[in-house]
Design a protein around this ligand. Sequence first.
Ligand code: FAD
Ligand code: NAP
Length: 318
Amino acid sequence: MTDYKQYDVVIIGAGPAGMTAATYASRADLSVLMLDRGIYGGQMNNTAEVENYPGFDSILGPDLAEKMYASSTQFGAEYGFGMVEAITLDGEDKLIHTDMGDYKAKVVIIATGSEHIHLGKDGEEDYQGRGVSYCAVCDGAFFRNEDVVVVGGGDSAIEEGLYLTNLAKSVTVLHRRDKLRAQQIIQDRAFANDKMAFNWFTEVLAITGDGEKVTGLDVINNQTQEVSHIDASGVFIYVGLKPNTQGFENLNITDDEGWIITDDKMQTAIPGIFAIGDVRAKDLRQITTAVGEGGIAGQGAYTYISQLPSKSAAPTAQ
Ligand code: FAD
Ligand code: NAP
């Protein structure tokens, strides 16, 4: 028989959304477990400087993660490792199945975020970790005084490209259009940076290498169809995000692209299952929106549980 460890609330994912939900739910006297397949902090660990989180002019992503972790555990919430592979239902209980064991909870809060989309071009998988990267903060230092390329035109590509200008000799942005999607303030900084160049209407055909490491890229201009080669030792790919909802398909709570649909209380169509942060179908994926939703769901968990026939009310979060 499966041995389930029991909590009032299990939160899947310890990024800013999950950690804030843990703060609120544990402060309302619920027993709370945050599960993450890796280190707490989520995408903040891959972010150099955060300049748009209230209370800080600027703070390093990993430092903000440490501060949020301290808040999230101060009222007794536990943090544990585990890759959540499935959630199943047993009456009003939710069963959470991980590679490290199984759990039972009245409420599950899904805060699994999103991950980088790959380009799907030749050489990309072969040279991953040998010149191809999805994280400038993690890998940028390997490319000191070298020529690197960034693919994409969103906030991630341009902001992380700017970070790379502190390390690399040159940073060339390859974008498939002639207009960036990034926020204007980030664009302005990029256009003013001497180390940054822009190749517009440019798409990657293949990432080339010498068998050991990346040497460059074959690219095509999608207006003229001209094919050319760019020499580079690093290729940083930022072409968007996809939701981390693999394994949750049985719940039928996502849209066609896999983003989870909720109401404004962060409740999915299944009572007692909430979703927050980047994994939710929404417009603005930011740390501020993630923590706001975490607060709503943490408090929502308390309200939901206190209304269950088997539970008496715990103190209201303040
Ligand atoms: P995440 O931070 O993605 O955390 C999700 C967590 O869930 C991860 O720790 C992951 O390991 C875990 N997880 C996933 N699947 C499972 C599973 N099956 N089982 C267990 N654990 C699982 N926003 C800003 O406001 N300011 C910025 O400056 C900024 N810079 C950014 C720079 C980059 C390069 C990127 C990619 C994003 C940036 N963002 C920024 C966006 C911001 O990081 C996200 O909006 C925010 O981190 C979302 O928080 P989250 O908690 O929803 O998800
Ligand atoms: P994004 O906003 O979806 O941008 C993806 C970029 O990649 C777009 O410019 C897109 O081009 C391009 N692209 C997509 N598919 C491509 C392909 N197959 N080939 C070539 N180019 C392709 O993704 P993101 O930049 O990772 O940002 C994700 C979220 O995190 C956003 O909500 C963003 O605001 C947030 N974020 C915020 C900050 C911040 O606040 N400082 C920093 C980073 C990220 P098109 O423009 O032509 O579509």
